[in-house]
Design a protein around this ligand. Structure first.
Ligand SMILES: [Ca+2]
Length: 104
């Protein structure tokens, strides 16, 4: 009897875990790195842009830097247009601050 009860509790915990992953916001889900054709496409997967590790959004004047971008050096490298290592790679970091398609 005890064994059955424990199994049921375990199953409930497992389904709670699965339900938890399903409700994560889209930008929290891990995505396979790829090159996007433009920022509109990239911002669909990464609404605030993608930065290489340690990068800071460079801003002019009084505007505040974007800080809530996704940090992923590999995804950034797929979209910085520098090495053209990847098929369809475009320069989506025109100001070369290490953050591609930064957006508030
Ligand atoms: Ca940039």
């Amino acid at each position: 009897m005890m064994m059955i009860k424990r199994a049921l509790v375990g199953m409930a915990a497992a389904s709670a875990l699965l339900a938890g992953t399903a409700v994560l916001p889209a930008d929290a889900a891990p995505k396979k790195p790829k090159s996007y054709k433009n920022c509109t496409a990239l911002n669909k997967d990464y609404p605030h842009g993608v930065a290489k590790k340690g990068a800071k959004d460079k801003v002019k004047g009084k505007s505040k830097p974007v800080k809530n971008f996704k940090v992923s050096t590999i995804v950034y490298q797929y979209n910085d247009g520098k090495a053209k290592k990847y098929k369809g790679e475009k320069d989506l970091d025109r100001d070369n601050d290490g953050v591609a398609c930064e957006k508030r």
